[in-house]
Design a protein around this ligand. Structure first.
Ligand code: MSP
Length: 473
């Protein structure tokens, strides 16, 4: 048994969860369940990122006290994560007092790698990121992700000397000690790293009072990304506790937009603290709505609760784990969602369960005592974090079993009393195949997997009283 530590990005609390936020949780939860199925012990962090400009300004705009605003939205994320059926172990808020105190301890460990300087340049509030002149010029002064002009900043900050760590980070990426997925993003990161200047890691409190105070300097608060990244270890109790059972993390799940923070600033902080780098950083693509980036101004933001409520959790998990490619951008439309539900979940799988269980029931077959088999092809895909592909692999088996039923026509055999033994054998084999599919499905769709087992592995094989995926939903 190994100890596994998985982390997810902690969202800002400047609004309610949207559909894109589901990706980190679903992917991490699937991997967590897969690891638990193999007998490993999993620690799994989630949480909310509550400091910084973005949250502060939004609360100000709405006229809500910032802590109250953070409390309300953090609670919405907690509720959302619960609704997704995510089996996390730790929920961290960056306004937790323990977190703040531990961040200050981490800051002290940055030691000689910090220096003071003045910053005159650009900042994107949407990204919470200092922007170089080169990027400013390339983007014509407007952030392409947030469609907002960059802010001009002129202030005194503390800086972290990234140049002290470039060589080590580069080596770790190149030799795979810190694996970055997908691979083409690793190459992107290496290019960014080469050009990466030292980064500013604080903001003057007079410009932004909402942050963790820099130790021994009340005039500065920590840059929100320093405080946010630190969550991955403060949640484990660093530095008071020995975290070596869980750190380095087995995998850190993040969206493509924030990979750069995780692959450059975060390793620099860890190395300053003398801590090892995470084993894998897995970055997923974006969920688009009707082919476009979701944005409040376009008015195409999809409410995940509406999607969840329309066809239930298993349909939600199915769509975003199979039809959202684990690494590339993917589209959500209601049309695609409904079609995946009707044609794949209801027809391919729901009907299969119903059909096979009915055929078995007619022969009064007892439930199967089936021991699932480990499947090396499936495990290789899961171990490469390509979950949407692993799901395709399972679906091939679902479709294969449908074809097998169509070809072997057990209902024909049932008409011939002399072929009863043959019929029973075929049905038993198929029931076992479906139980094997249920086993492979377990990390993705735990409820569906359970329902299949209840149908085929109880005392008698009996079809579910209501279909798994009713058509009229
Ligand atoms: N607060 C930072 C993360 C700090 S982690 C130490 C942040 N928050 S966020 O709310 O903007 O994003 C949270 C997660 O959701 C990130 O992994 C981000 O990539 C992901 N997504 C945000 N919009 C998304 C889509 N439209 N699609 C898929 N994932 C998206 O960044």
């Amino acid at each position: 048994m190994s100890k596994i530590y998985l982390t997810t990005a902690i969202p800002y609390v400047n609004g309610a969860p949207h559909i894109g936020h589901a990706m980190d949780y679903l992917i991490a939860d699937t991997f967590a369940r897969y690891q638990k199925e193999r007998g490993n012990e999993v620690r799994f962090q989630v949480g909310t990122d509550e400091h910084g400009n973005k949250n502060y300004k939004k609360a100000e705009k709405l006229g809500i006290p910032i802590q109250q605003f953070a409390d309300e939205n953090s609670a919405k994320f907690k509720e959302f994560i619960k609704k997704l059926g995510v089996e996390y172990t730790d929920f961290i808020r960056t306004t937790d007092k323990d977190h703040e105190r531990r961040c200050q301890e981490i800051w002290k460990r940055l030691g000689d790698h910090i220096y003071r300087d003045s910053y005159e340049g650009w900042y994107c509030e949407g990204c919470e990121r200092f922007v170089t002149q080169k990027e400013y010029d390339e983007n014509g002064g407007t952030c392409p992700d947030h469609n907002k002009p960059y802010d001009k900043l002129k202030e005194d900050n503390y800086y972290l000397r990234i140049s002290d760590f470039k060589g080590e980070i580069k080596r770790a990426i190149e030799d795979g000690a810190m694996q970055i997925l997908p691979e083409f993003r690793a190459r992107e990161v290496l290019r960014l790293l080469e050009d990466s200047p030292d980064v500013s890691i604080s903001r003057p409190a007079e410009h932004l009072p909402w942050g963790v105070p820099v130790p021994d300097d009340d005039s500065q608060v920590m840059y929100v990304w320093v405080d946010a990244l630190a969550n991955y270890i403060t949640v484990l109790g660093y530095p008071e506790k020995d975290i070596s059972d869980y750190w380095p993390a087995t995998a850190q799940f993040v969206g493509k937009d924030i990979l750069r923070f995780h692959a450059i600033i975060w390793p620099a902080i860890l190395l300053s603290c003398g801590l090892p780098l995470p084993k894998t950083i897995c970055s997923h693509g974006f969920i688009l709505a009707n082919g476009q980036k979701m944005s409040k101004s376009i008015g195409n933001v999809v409410d995940p609760i509406e999607v969840l409520d329309s066809k239930g959790l298993s349909a939600f998990r199915y769509y975003f784990l199979r039809h959202a490619d684990s690494f590339a951008d993917s589209d959500f439309t209601w049309e695609k969602y409904n079609s995946a539900y009707n044609n794949e979940l209801a027809n391919d799988l729901g009907n299969l369960v119903q059909r096979l269980a009915n055929l078995c029931k007619k022969q009064d077959l007892p439930g199967r005592d089936y021991q699932p088999k480990r499947d090396s092809e499936y495990e290789t895909i899961m171990d490469s974090f390509y979950f949407s592909r692993a799901f395709d692999y399972i679906w091939d088996k679902v479709q294969g079993l449908n074809r097998e039923i169509d070809n072997k026509k057990p209902w024909e055999l049932a008409k011939d009393a002399d072929r009863h033994t043959e019929l029973v054998m075929i049905l038993e084999e198929m029931a076992d195949e479906l139980l094997q599919i249920a086993y492979l499905l377990k990390p993705f769709l735990p409820d569906v997997s359970e329902a299949i087992s209840a149908t085929f592995a109880n005392e008698k094989i009996l079809p579910p009283t209501t279909p798994l995926f009713p058509k009229d939903k």
